[in-house]
Ligand binder design. Structure first.
Ligand code: DGJ
Length: 665
């Protein structure tokens, strides 16, 4: 062993790990402890129960539940670090793994376990991180429920434990697997890359530190590590920004652009999805009528959502029998797809591969494919059951079904939905299994297969809205659907939270007719468009009912979006204000262009908010000495003016949103 201290460097940060007890850590505040062990007081990277018995450990393993380990060597290269620890008694070897992500301020951490004999892992967190704080720990998290996902929420934690997580076999709608801690101007973030059960805890410790732990939560309460096998935990991405939550959001955006890889440069087409217009009432004539109107206003892609397959008159049947309903498509589905394509539109289809309706043919043929607990009734959620995607035969069914659909029909876009969590989660007769991890592995395997076997197909990730959004999904899909709530001000709040954790190029957003669920304040069509074009623009309204005037306005907005979408998807995004302010917006900078999506959240009765004065959004990150020209009005602003005085918006009863494109002169 040559080193007892290792440093990893990212774009603007460094991360140092020191092996105790060779020297104090920068976060160590005392070398004397009372009533606890030094390991309990230490700002430890990762410690087993046994060594850290009182203040929270990351690993609980073996029959005695305690592991006492010895350092067993380090491997350090530029950008990677592996620290090994072994426990002679349990035969467990644990490797703490670190990897920097080039071009970002993100470090990935995970842990690998290997044992000589079978070992029970009861707690197997991915990592812990220690953050110095002054006073209370200022936590920010994203919480909600179905249709209210990604509500940005703050909490000052002075002492005690804060915990978020999900046992729904998916990240869930209640909390995103994401947490930020603010200290002074800086912000630290962590995000768990895992689409199954999870937890993240924050413990405010005495002496000015908060300790975050994150990991998966085994459905069975423990994972059995087989002799000689290596088990790797999910990765935790750790991010840092010196510019607070807003800067941290840009670190996450950059990281997600990297996750998207080369596919980032594919144009994200303007989508029309018929779900909110037709629901389950899907037939060729009705869909084509919508497709024609969508094409007329400039949409580039037509997606048929739920309801296209046999037995799917409503949500009580059909799932699993993935064949187009011949009654709905009397001339054949391929003919229907060709008709949509003849309008110049790409074609997309909705599927819910893990789902099965109790009355379907699939369920009659394979009742054993569903999660079940012998002797217990299987509960329905949304009238459906869940396939055990951890099973190899179920994976094969899903792969061949998707291959068949994508091979038979000219499909360029697939929306993968999932609308129920596992309840009676068991696999009768199969012996011990790690059902949660096996489901995740099956899900990711199918997504990986789609990328390699059907590289031209764009994939949208959806789970009853934003129920399964995390980095493993984002790395394997092109866009995700943050919420089923498309009402204007509700959506603004959801997107404001979403964009703190995720990038604009993955945020699918539709213009619809939906009234507010949580906030019923009416908003203009312009507001709906400006809000939706903050990510990847789609339309989900019933265009048949739109007036010629509305269609013409929509066509103008869509044309405008096409002009700026590269800036929105490839640029640096800055969140301006919040939905609690009277004006709120997003600024995107790419090359010499700055796009500002501005939205009025105030009253719409015509009364100005400030007598005789416009509201203003102060822009950020511009060159104070440069000049910027509004490409629509020709108005010119100094950079310093935009930064310190702001871009003016004179909101009125019929002007509640704007899209400003500035060019640096
Ligand atoms: C839930 C999704 O979030 C919606 O967009 C829609 O696809 C429905 N499922 C269809 O059942």
């Amino acid at each position: 062993m040559t080193y007892t201290r290792w440093t990893l460097r990212t774009e603007h940060t460094s991360y140092t790990v020191r092996l105790s007890p060779d020297g104090p850590s920068a976060l160590d505040w005392s070398h004397r402890t009372h009533f606890i062990t030094p390991a309990d007081a230490a700002p430890a990277e990762y410690l087993p129960y046994g060594l850290r018995p009182f203040t929270g450990s990351e690993l609980i393993a073996g029959d005695e539940r305690g592991v006492w380990w010895e350092f067993d060597g380090a491997e350090h290269t530029e950008g990677t670090l592996r620290l090994a620890f072994t426990d002679g008694k349990t035969g467990l070897r644990t490797v703490l793994c670190y990897e920097t992500v080039p071009g970002t301020d993100v470090i990935l951490r995970w842990t690998e376990f290997t044992a000589d004999g079978e070992l029970r892992l009861e707690r197997l967190d991915s990592a812990a991180v220690n953050i110095a704080v002054t006073g209370a720990a200022r936590l920010t998290y994203l919480c909600g429920q179905w249709s209210q996902e990604f509500q940005l929420t703050h909490l000052d934690l002075e002492r005690g434990t804060f915990a978020i997580g999900s046992l729904q076999g998916a990240p869930g709608h209640s909390y995103a697997p994401w947490l930020a801690v603010r200290g002074g101007d800086a912000a630290y973030g962590i995000a768990l890359e895992w689409s199954g059960n999870w937890h993240i805890t924050a413990e405010a410790e005495p002496g000015g530190a908060v300790r975050i732990r994150a990991g998966r939560v085994p459905h069975e309460g423990a994972v059995l590590l087989a002799a000689g096998e290596t088990l790797a935990t999910p990765r935790v991405a750790c991010a840092f920004s010196a510019d607070g939550l807003d800067g941290l959001s840009r670190v996450w955006h950059r990281y997600e652009r990297r996750l998207t890889g080369d596919r980032l440069h594919r144009t994200r087409k303007v989508l029309y999805n018929s779900w909110e217009a037709t629901g389950f009432d899907v037939d060729a004539a009705g869909q084509l009528e919508l497709a024609r109107t969508a094409a007329d206003i400039g949409a580039e892609l037509f997606v048929v959502d739920d309801g296209w397959f046999t037995g799917r008159a409503d949500d009580t049947g059909g799932l699993g029998d993935w064949y187009p309903d011949p009654a709905a498509f009397p001339d054949g589905f391929d003919r229907f797809v060709a008709d949509v394509r003849a309008l110049g539109l790409d074609f997309g289809l909705w599927v819910e591969p893990e789902a099965v309706s109790p009355g379907s043919r699939l369920h009659a043929e394979h009742p054993e494919w569903v999660y079940r607990v012998e002797g217990r009734p299987s509960r329905l959620v949304r009238n459906q059951l869940l396939l055990d995607l951890g099973r190899a035969d179920v994976q094969e069914f899903v792969l061949t079904t998707l291959d068949r659909l994508l091979g038979t029909y000219d499909i360029g876009y697939l929306k993968w939905d999932m609308n129920r969590p596992p309840t009676e989660r068991g696999r009768p007769g199969a012996g011990p299994a790690d059902l949660d991890a096996e489901h995740v592995a099956g899900y990711l395997r199918v997504l990986d297969h789609l990328r390699t076997a059907h590289p031209d197909v764009t994939v949208e990730g959806c789970a009853g809205g934003g129920g399964r959004i995390e980095h493993a999904t984002i790395a394997r899909t092109d866009v995700v659907w943050p919420s089923d709530n498309t009402a204007p001000i509700d959506r603004l709040r959801i997107q404001h939270g979403f964009l703190h954790a995720h990038a604009p190029h993955v945020m699918s957003s539709w213009v619809t007719d939906a009234p507010g669920i949580l906030d019923p304040r009416p908003r203009s069509l312009a507001f709906r468009f400006v809000n939706a074009l903050c990510g990847v623009l789609g339309i989900g309204a019933d265009l048949r009912a739109w007036t010629p005037g509305q269609r013409a306005e929509a066509a103008r907005w869509i044309a405008c979006y096409k002009e700026v979408r590269d800036v929105v998807h490839l640029g640096e995004a800055r969140l301006l204000g919040s939905p609690d302010d009277t004006s709120c917006g997003v600024q995107y900078d790419h090359g010499d262009r700055t796009v500002v999506a501005a939205l009025s959240t105030g009253r719409l009765d015509g009364a100005p908010l400030l007598t005789g004065r416009p509201d203003r959004l102060r822009l950020r990150g511009l060159d104070p000495a440069a000049r910027y020209r509004d490409t629509a009005t020709g108005a010119e602003y100094g950079g310093a003016h935009l930064l310190h005085h702001g871009l003016p918006f004179a909101w009125s009863a019929d002007h509640d949103a704007d899209l400003v494109v500035l060019t640096r002169r």
